[in-house]
Design a protein around this ligand. Structure first.
Ligand code: C2O
Ligand code: CU
Ligand code: CU
Length: 427
C-alpha cells in the first residue's frame, strides 16, 4: 500500500458566510482514511507545507521506533518524509494518525490534522455486518470563523468549549433501513473530550477496542465511555420503526474533582430510519477472535501521575509524570524487548488522565483505589488507558521492538505541557 499526504493550510467554509483557515491532510477534514490489510507493507510520503515542524504518528500501530513519528523525529516545513512499516497478522483494528510535534500537537490536531487508519483481517468474523466509521473531532471557532488558540485554562483541564464533529460534519444525519444491524468504528480524536456515548432507545454491543476485536461480544450496554485517543467497535441494531429519529450523544462527563473539567452533554449525530420495510437483524458470533493472555510479568514498574502547585489553577505544566516535565534527552524507563511487564499507573492528581504508550498494544490487568484492586472484566487490546483521579490502573505490556517510545497523557494540552516520558526498549 502506498499513498501520499500533504499537510497544509486550507480554507474551508464551516460557518455560513465565513472562511475558516484550517490545517488539513490533502485538503480534507478529517484527513483521508487509510484502509489496509494485515500483512500489507505501508509506505506513506508526508509533505510538510505547514509553517512549523510536524510529524505523523500512527497511533496504536506496532511500527518501528524510527517510523513512529515521535517528537524526536520532526519533519521541518518544506520537507517530505517517507514512513514505511509492515502490518503484522493480528493487528486488524481501528487506529488513527495525527501530528506529534514537540509542544504543538494540541495546536495541530485542533487545526484539523487527524484521520482514521483501519487495518482489516482476511478472516474477520464480522465481515457480513455493514460498517460505518465515525471519527469524532472537536472544533472551536471564534466570531470570525477562525480556530481559537489554546488558552491557559485549556492547558490546565484540556481544550474546553469545542463543538463536536463527526467525520468533519456538525450533527450529520445518518439514514438507515429500519432493523439494520451495523458495526460502528468510533474514534475519539478530540484533544480532551471524554465521550460517554449513548444512543437513545438503543443498546450497544461492544465488539472491539483500540487494538481490534474482543474475544467475545460484551453487552447489551446502555453507554460506552471512549476516552481521548481511544477507539471502540460497536454493533448496533437499529429500531425496526420506519421514519424514526434517534440521537447519538456524548453525555455529561466530569474529569476533575473541582468541576472545571466538566463537559456538558452534546449531540453527535442523528440516526434516521428510512420509510422502507424493516430488515431482519444480523446475528453476531458468540466468539470473535482469541485475545491471548500475555502470560506472567517478569518485571514491574510504577508510573505516578503528579501535579505541581496546589490547585487546578497552577497553569500550564502543572501535570507531570513522576514529578518531572518531559525531556526528550532523558530516559525515564527502560524495558527489554520481549519482556512482559506490569505497569502500575497511579493517579495522584485531581483530574482523570488517558495514558497512552507507543509501540504496542497492552491489556488492562486491574483497577484499584484505596488498596482494593479489581481485575479487568474481560481481556482487550488497548493502547490508551483511562486512569481516573485517585485511582490506579495496572496494565500488562510487552514491547517487541527496540527504540525510544513515548508514554504520555493523551489530553493533548497535558502532553504538550510536559505530561510525557520516554521509555527506552533495549534489545
Ligand atoms: Cu496518539 Cu503519542 O499519541
Ligand atoms: Cu501513539
Ligand atoms: Cu492528562
Amino acid at each position: 500500500f502506498s499513498a501520499s499526504l500533504v499537510a497544509a493550510p486550507a480554507d474551508v467554509s464551516l460557518l455560513e458566510g465565513r472562511t475558516s483557515s484550517l490545517w488539513l491532510y490533502n485538503g480534507l477534514l478529517p484527513g483521508p482514511v487509510v484502509d489496509v490489510r494485515e500483512g500489507d507493507r505501508v509506505r506513506i510520503a508526508v509533505e510538510n507545507r505547514l509553517p512549523l515542524d510536524t510529524t505523523v504518528h500512527w497511533h496504536g500501530l506496532p511500527v518501528p521506533a524510527d517510523q513512529d513519528g515521535s517528537p524526536m523525529d520532526p519533519v521541518p516545513p518544506g520537507a517530505t518524509r517517507i514512513y514505511e512499516f509492515d502490518l503484522p497478522a493480528g493487528t486488524a483494528g481501528t487506529y488513527w494518525y495525527h501530528p506529534h510535534a514537540h509542544r504543538t500537537t494540541a495546536q495541530q490536531v485542533s487545526m484539523g490534522l487527524a484521520a482514521p487508519f483501519i487495518v482489516r483481517a482476511a478472516n474477520d468474523p464480522l465481515a457480513h455486518v455493514p460498517e460505518v466509521t465515525m471519527l469524532v473531532t472537536g472544533i472551536r471557532l471564534d466570531a470570525g470563523g477562525q480556530v481559537s488558540p489554546g488558552t491557559a485554562m485549556d492547558f490546565t483541564v484540556g481544550r474546553q468549549g469545542e463543538q463536536l464533529l463527526v467525520n468533519g460534519g456538525r450533527l450529520p444525519v445518518h439514514g438507515v433501513r429500519p432493523g439494520s444491524t451495523q458495526r460502528w468504528r468510533i474514534l475519539n480524536a478530540t484533544s480532551a473530550r471524554y465521550l460517554r456515548l449513548a444512543l437513545d432507545g438503543h443498546a450497544f454491543t461492544l465488539v472491539g477496542t483500540d487494538g481490534g476485536l474482543l474475544g467475545a461480544p460484551v453487552g447489551p450496554l446502555s453507554e460506552v465511555l471512549v476516552a481521548p485517543a481511544q477507539r471502540v467497535e460497536l454493533v448496533v441494531t437499529v429500531s425496526a420503526t420506519p421514519g424514526a429519529r434517534f440521537t447519538l450523544r456524548a453525555q455529561r462527563h466530569a474529569i476533575d474533582a473541582m468541576g472545571m473539567g466538566t463537559y456538558a452533554g452534546e449531540d453527535l449525530l442523528t440516526i434516521a430510519t428510512t420509510a422502507e420495510s424493516p430488515v431482519a437483524p444480523l446475528a453476531i458470533p458468540a466468539t470473535l477472535r482469541p485475545v491471548a493472555s500475555l502470560g506472567p510479568a517478569v518485571a514491574r514498574k510504577r508510573v505516578t501521575l503528579t501535579q505541581s502547585g496546589m490547585g487546578m489553577m497552577a497553569g500550564a505544566g502543572s501535570f507531570l509524570i513522576d514529578g518531572r516535565p518531559f525531556d526528550m534527552d532523558r530516559v525515564d524507563y527502560v524495558s527489554r524487548v520481549g519482556d512482559v511487564e506490569d505497569w502500575e499507573i497511579v493517579n495522584r492528581t485531581m483530574m482523570d488522565h488517558p495514558i497512552h504508550v507507543h509501540g504496542t498494544q497492552f491489556q488492562l490487568a486491574s483497577r484499584g483505589s484505596g488498596g482494593l484492586a479489581v481485575p479487568a472484566p474481560y481481556a482487550a487490546w488497548i493502547d490508551t488507558v483511562d486512569v481516573p483521579s485517585g485511582t490506579t490502573a495496572t496494565i500488562r505490556m510487552r514491547q517487541d521492538m527496540p527504540g525510544k517510545r513515548m508514554v504520555h497523557c493523551h489530553i493533548l494540552e497535558h502532553e504538550d505541557a510536559g505530561m510525557m516520558a520516554v521509555l527506552e526498549v533495549r534489545p
